[in-house]
Design a protein around this ligand. Structure first.
Ligand code: R5P
Length: 296
């Protein structure tokens, strides 16, 4: 197991779950901002698993690519990536002339030095399957049963509220697992930080606790708007549950200040809101990937 900075706890969990040996790396910055990467454990003929937290990815990608390609150069049998949050999936088409279709280009870049990728609930909208853009094996586990279990235990009278129609694909199974009804917001994105959100007809659920359910909280604009509308309509204090808490630009504090609480996330991106663990799901996917190749 080789951990990129910030994923030491995940690597330790996975190492225990998989019975894999921890590897030593040195990753730091030269004074000019370039990355220094060293693999201090033998990797020749070993199967290498790299863990990476890829929120705010741009600074993390170069060390990851250097680490993976160096492991290969040093003779590793296979080099796989466990990235619980897989970034660059939202720009999945060219909305304006000349734009990069980042989801596709990023998949190509990552696939260069890697043999496989394991992740959690990738944000798939206009690209139906990760395998459509990743030329290497990719496995996506879903946190939906864990999210459903958390809601069942902590909010027994929940009404689940999905951010938009595209999220129905996983709001529906969470609702089924939590034994709760669900409705979908009507959302229009107006810009990077601005959305227009409308509540659907939901007065028949007035006695229930609204649980805003999203796969990603980025700027928090979607859930902050929804929180304000719910409070304006006299619903009880809503809470929010998300798989990936990116929390750009202080979004966590702004969401709490808007009156949404608690705000709970899975531990795909380390954050104080992490309440739902998924490392064992990742370990099972890595084992699945290694059915024919022993984990080193
Ligand atoms: C929509 O595409 C996603 O499911 C999330 O609703 C979105 O990423 C949230 O973004 P923000 O927190 O910036 O409103």
């Amino acid at each position: 197991m080789l951990a990129l900075p910030g994923t030491e706890a995940l690597a330790a969990h996975l190492g225990r779950d998989l019975g894999a040996e921890p590897g030593e790396t040195e990753i730091r910055r030269f004074p000019d901002g370039e990355s220094y990467v060293r693999i201090a454990s033998p990797v020749a003929d070993r199967s290498v698993v790299v863990t990476a937290a890829l929120d705010r990815p741009d600074d993390k990608i170069v060390p990851l690519l250097l680490l993976a390609s160096t492991a290969r150069e040093l003779g590793a049998g296979a080099v796989g990536l466990v990235a619980p949050y897989l970034p660059y999936l939202r720009q999945d088409r060219r909305f304006h002339d000349g734009e990069a279709i980042s989801a596709r280009r990023f998949a190509e870049i990552l696939s260069g030095p890697l043999d496989w990728v394991v992740t959690v609930d990738p944000h798939l909208h206009r690209i139906p399957d990760l395998r459509d853009i990743y030329p290497i094996p990719v496995r996506a586990v879903t946190a939906a049963p864990r999210v459903a279990a958390w809601i069942r235990e902590h909010v027994p009278d929940a009404l689940l509220i999905g951010p938009d129609e595209e999220s129905r694909q996983w709001v529906e199974p969470v609702a089924a697992g939590a034994g709760a009804p669900f409705v979908m917001l009507v959302k229009r994105r107006l810009g990077d930080r601005e959305v227009a959100v409308e509540l659907p007809a939901m007065d028949r659920y007035r006695e229930r606790t609204p649980v805003l359910l999203d796969d990603i909280i980025s700027t928090g604009a979607t859930l902050i708007q929804a929180t304000r509308l719910l409070r304006g309509r006299g619903f009880v204090t809503p809470c929010a549950v998300a798989v990936h808490g990116v929390f750009a630009e202080g979004a966590y504090a702004r969401l709490l200040a808007a009156g949404c609480r608690p705000v709970v996330t899975c531990d795909t991106i380390p954050h104080p809101s992490n309440r739902i663990e998924v490392h064992d799901l990742l370990a099972a996917a890595v084992l699945d990937q290694h059915r024919t190749v022993p984990v080193g």
